[in-house]
Each structure stands twice: as structure tokens, then as C-alpha cells.
Write a protein that binds this ligand. Structure first.
Ligand code: F0G
Length: 458
């Protein structure tokens, strides 16, 4: 299998250590079988997330020294504003400390109780921010996007018929905005086509609905469009990105992904009136509008990262790097979501360990096994994260997809690290019938996967 070639070399290293199997056993028990509660220093390869875990470039680090820490009007804000205008075409920006703060400000302004927000698939914080306000988050991804084996170039696409049904059921007045997550994180890091973005925008224009992109991984999405959508094979990434954003009224971005920084986010939009409303809430919740919950230096690193992520040799490496791990697993017949997404490889747990029912959190059981086996941390995107209780019957409704995500931080791990991960998954697959289900000992009222405590079912 062809190893991906890194378009960078290493200037600084950070040691990692594999603690003994005995210690790992002690630690996972002390963490209540919840990998979020493990000390990161006790992890050898951390594939929990690609969020805030990127290695910044020397150019970004140099930018930190040029942070202007003035309370109001710092120069880095203007640099970021110009950058976002140049890349995305939006006139108004509001920096936030990360993506979910942007979601909170946007939704608190736009949503009322019992409103409905359709998307392809809402990410967990997006869904939680909507539900916390008493509104409904409706997932309308195409059926292909819910079938891990089916190959389709744009499994993140939104099904317009499903959107139309939601529109007919609830009516215009109940739908303050429609969103698209690019790439579709909870559905396997799958891209959305330009055609689909255009169609959703057209639907929203016709029905006078606001249309926003949840654009954490916008550059990876653009690269897939270039690779897979005929009309764009020769188009420059920068142009593809500009066109993607041109169809939407605005976006929110967790800059911890494709902006290649460790902290940051923003809302960007076209409409001045909405901007003014959001700005007031930003001041209340995050900070003055020219820093919005970040230091001047963070804004500078973000502005620089937003350009770096558009470099085609970087994106080509990035997508190949993730696919390298995916292909090692496919070659060993491990069931993964295909085609391989942009930022992660997703194991289809229902197929990998069919003997553990969703009520016993098989995805979580697999994350526990990965830590035990090799000191690897992955994350469950399945019944622990997304199961909901039917308020009438009190019965649990489990998500269609039960996944474990092996998320690849940007510019951090080598191909050898990925080979080590593949070996660990393959070793577990050979003894998969020994894996044990889990039960909850403690769960908070929402976003339970972060702090839940579990116990193994003997
Ligand atoms: N939207 C998407 C599509 C995301 O993937 C995330 C975060 C957010 C919004 C929220 O942004 O973390 O900066 O507050 N995803 C991370 C992940 C946490 O691991 O996939 P945030």
C-alpha cells in the first residue's frame, strides 16, 4: 500500500510513551470505562479527535509572537477578517473561543421553543445546543449516508425529499434555518457535493429560509469536490471554497479543525442586521467583538492556518493519510465506513461485534479494548453519544449507525503510527467474541458520553 508522503518536515518533537498493560487496565477501570476520563499522558496514540490537536506550522507559531493583545481593535482581528472575506466571501465575522460557542450564540438568537432545524446530520454539540433551547434537530442525510458499505462519492449529501417533508410537516415559521455539516462528521466524515449545497441553497431561497454551513472541515470537503465532482476536477481549491460559501447566508466554524489551530472558532455571514444581533450576545457571552473569547495571538494563528489548509499538496497528503489507515483495515476485512472520510476512519461496530446489543454500548466496549490492547484512544459515535429516550413510552431509541471513530490529528502522526493502530484493531478483531458489553452507572442529563461512568457486564 502506498505510504502518504508528508509535505513538511519535523522541527520539534513531543515524546509519547506506552504505559504497561497492567497500568492501562488500572487506568481504564479508574476512568469508569470512559476514555474521556483518561489522563492524556497515559495514551500512546490519541485518536480521540482531530479538534484542537493539529500541529501548527513554524509560520503560525511565528504569528503568535505578533499577537496584538489590545482589548479593542487588535490588528490580528483585521487580518482574520480580511482572510475570511478573501477565502469565504463574507463581510461580517464574530470570533468565538470555539465552535460550540458560535452555535450557542447563533441558535440563542435565531431559535424559539419547538422550532425545527434540519441538517444532513447534526454534530453532537450542535444537536445539544438546539435541544437545550427546546427546539428539534432533524437529520435529513441521504439513505446511502446511513449504510456503511454502500459506496457513494458524497454520502454527506442532504436528501431534499426528506427536507421537503420536514418543511411540510412543520411549516416555514417553525424553521429558522437549514444547515449542512461539511464534511458530515457524525456520518463518517463524508463530503457534501457542490451540487447538493446548491440545491439546498435553492430550496432555502425559494422558501425564504436561512441557510448556514457548519464548516469545521470545509477545506477537506472542497478537496473531495475537486476529486469526485466532474465539473471541478481542474478548479483551484480556493475557488471551490469560495463557491461553496457563496451559496450560504453564513457559516459557523470550529477553527480547531481545518484552521489548523488548537483553539478558536467564528461565525461569518452576509447580513448586517443579523450580525448586529449576534454581536450583542457575543459581547455578553464571549468578549468584545474584535477578540470574542480569544487572545490576539490566537486570531493570528487562525488567519495563517486558514490559508495553509488550502494548499493542495497539504490536502492531498491529508486525505491520503487518512485513507492509508482505512485501506490497511479494509485489506484485513475490518468493516469500516466507505469510502474513507476526510478526518477519520470509522469502524462499523454493528458488523465488527454483532453479539453486543446497542443497549450495552458496543462502540464504547471497542474503545475500551483499543486502550487495553495498545494504549490507543478512539471515540464512540453511537448509542452512548446519541441514544434518546422516547418521552411517551420511555423506551430508548438507538442511532442507526454505531461507529467508533479513529480520528487523525492534522500533521501529527506518521504512517508508522497508523500501521501500529491498524495492527491493534486487527489483533482485537481476532478475539472480538471476548469483548464485553457495558452498563451505565452514572449519566448526566445531556451530552452524557463526556462524563458517563460505566461498568463491564460480566
Ligand atoms: N461542528 C462540527 C461538525 C464539529 O465536528 C464540532 C466539533 C463542532 C461543530 C463543535 O466545535 O469542538 O470547537 O466546540 N467536533 C469535535 C470532534 C469535538 O471531535 O469531532 P468545538
Amino acid at each position: 500500500m502506498k505510504r502518504p508522503l508528508e509535505p513538511f518536515r519535523i522541527k520539534v518533537v513531543e515524546p509519547v510513551k506506552l504505559v504497561s498493560r497492567q497500568e492501562r487496565e488500572k487506568l481504564i477501570r479508574a476512568a469508569g470505562f470512559n476514555i474521556f476520563k483518561l489522563p492524556a499522558e497515559k495514551i500512546f496514540i490519541d485518536l480521540l479527535t482531530d479538534s484542537g490537536t493539529s500541529a501548527m506550522s513554524d509560520y503560525q507559531w511565528a504569528g503568535l509572537m505578533q499577537g496584538d493583545e489590545s482589548y479593542a481593535g487588535c490588528r490580528n482581528f483585521f487580518h482574520l477578517k480580511e482572510t475570511i472575506h478573501d477565502i469565504m466571501g463574507y463581510d461580517y465575522i464574530l470570533p468565538t473561543h470555539q465552535g460550540r460557542a458560535a452555535e450557542n450564540i447563533l441558535f440563542s438568537t435565531l431559535l424559539s421553543k419547538n422550532d425545527v432545524v434540519p441538517s444532513n446530520i447534526h454534530f453532537d454539540t450542535t444537536r445539544a445546543n438546539i435541544e437545550y433551547l427546546g427546539a428539534r434537530a432533524e437529520d435529513c442525510v441521504i439513505e446511502e449516508g446511513l449504510n456503511s458499505e454502500l459506496k457513494h462519492p458524497f454520502k454527506g449529501n442532504l436528501d431534499l425529499q426528506k427536507l421537503n417533508q420536514v418543511y411540510k410537516r412543520y411549516g416555514k415559521n417553525k424553521i429558522p434555518l437549514v444547515c449542512l455539516t461539511i464534511t458530515n462528521n457524525s456520518g463518517g466524515g463524508q463530503p457534501v457535493s457542490m451540487e447538493n449545497i446548491r440545491q439546498v441553497a435553492e430550496f432555502c431561497r425559494r422558501n425564504r429560509l436561512l441557510f448556514f454551513l457548519d464548516a469545521a472541515r470545509f477545506a477537506e470537503n472542497a478537496y473531495f469536490i475537486k476529486m469526485r465532482e466532474k465539473a471541478y476536477g481542474k478548479t483551484k481549491i480556493k475557488q471551490i471554497v469560495k463557491e461553496m460559501f457563496s451559496y450560504a447566508d453564513g457559516c459557523w466554524v470550529s477553527a480547531k479543525k481545518d484552521a489548523l489551530v488548537n483553539i478558536g472558532g467564528f461565525i461569518a455571514l452576509k447580513d448586517e442586521k443579523l450580525f448586529q444581533k449576534l454581536q450583542n450576545l457575543l459581547i455578553l457571552r464571549e468578549g468584545f467583538p474584535t477578540y470574542g473569547g480569544l487572545a490576539g495571538r490566537d486570531l493570528e494563528a487562525m488567519a495563517r492556518g486558514l490559508y495553509e489548509v488550502l494548499e493542495e499538496d497539504y490536502l492531498s497528503y491529508r486525505i491520503q493519510h487518512t485513507a492509508y489507515l482505512g485501506n490497511l483495515l479494509i485489506a484485513a476485512q475490518i468493516p469500516v465506513v466507505q469510502p474513507i472520510g476526510g478526518h477519520a476512519v470509522y469502524i462499523d461496530v454493528k458488523k465488527f461485534i454483532p453479539q453486543i446489543p446497542q443497549s450495552q454500548f458496543p462502540g464504547q466496549a471497542l474503545t475500551v479494548a483499543l486502550y487495553r490492547q495498545a494504549g490507543i484512544r478512539a471515540v464512540e459515535i453511537g448509542s452512548l453519544m446519541f441514544a434518546t429516550k422516547n418521552p411517551k413510552t420511555g423506551r430508548w431509541i438507538y442511532p442507526k449507525l454505531e461507529l467508533v471513530r479513529l480520528t487523525i490529528p492534522r500533521r501529527v502522526y506518521s504512517a508508522s503510527h497508523l500501521e501500529y493502530v491498524a495492527e491493534a484493531v486487527i489483533a482485537i478483531s481476532k478475539k472480538r467474541e471476548q469483548l464485553k458489553g457495558l452498563k451505565l452507572v452514572y449519566e448526566p442529563p445531556f451530552l452524557r458520553h463526556f462524563t458517563a461512568v460505566l461498568k463491564e457486564i460480566e
